[in-house]
Design a protein around this ligand. Structure first.
Ligand code: DX5
Ligand code: ZN
Length: 220
């Protein structure tokens, strides 16, 4: 199993974002998780394609763009142009989920569906084979620093079973409340990609935190 750590810039210092993404990349991050919020789909407002394009030259690792916006489609070509490698969206925020997935792929990006804690796994019934990743929210979207919702663990296991049944290398990413002390449990449930905002950017030493996460994963 390959594990990936994706620091979420939501908890970074927004006055020094370029420096912050370079610092987590140097600290061993596998992806940069980029949270896009619109004060409509979620009750918070963050950044758009302009900031994504501004950060792109600062790091070589993939940019994992998590769209918490409604509607979704119009922003996809803009984020692709801005250098996004992965684009994920919430099915409730798109009128035509299959079309949105196709649009992301046409733009040359990896596509993922994001399921909120109360969103049913049945959203994957007719989509999973077309996806490059599934992102399971382990908090309600909108804010960093929230508590991991433990009832998502069996859901992670269920999605892992579905992914295994496809035989495809679809990533299973988990977002919200991931810390050094619960990352192993989340991995045991079946996740391979871990978003961590406050756990990494809230720590003094980014490299030590990412190293500790990898150590907890290595003993599985
Ligand atoms: C929440 C965002 C998360 C957030 C996670 O809506 O999607 O990516 O940054 O923050 P932590 O890791 O602090 O829970
Ligand atoms: Zn996110």
């Amino acid at each position: 199993m390959t594990f990936r750590i994706a620091p979420s810039i939501l908890s970074a210092d927004f006055a020094r974002l370029g420096e912050e993404v370079r610092a987590v990349a140097a600290a061993g991050a596998d992806l940069i998780h980029f949270d896009v919020m619109d004060n409509h789909y979620v009750p918070n407002l963050t950044v758009g394609p302009l900031v994504c394009a501004a950060l792109r030259p600062h790091v070589k690792i993939p940019l994992d763009v998590h769209l918490m916006v409604e509607p979704v489609d119009r922003l996809i070509p803009e984020f692709a142009k801005a250098g996004a490698d992965i684009i994920t969206f919430h099915p409730e925020a798109s009128r035509h989920v299959d079309r949105t997935i196709a649009l992301i792929k046409e733009q040359g990006c990896k596509a993922g569906l994001v399921l909120n804690p109360a969103s049913p796994v049945s959203y994957l019934d007719h989509t999973l084979e077309k996806l490059d990743l599934v992102l399971l929210m382990s908090v309600n979207p909108g804010f960093g620093g929230q508590q991991f919702i433990a009832s998502v663990l069996p859901k992670i296991a269920e999605v892992r079973r579905r992914i295994s049944a496809t035989g495809k290398p679809i990533w299973l990413e988990v977002d919200g409340g991931v810390k050094t002390d619960n990352i192993a449990e989340i991995a045991r449930a079946g996740a391979d990609t871990f978003v961590a905002g406050s756990a990494i950017f809230g720590a003094k030493d980014y490299a030590a935190t990412i190293r500790e996460m990898r150590e907890r994963l290595a003993v599985l």
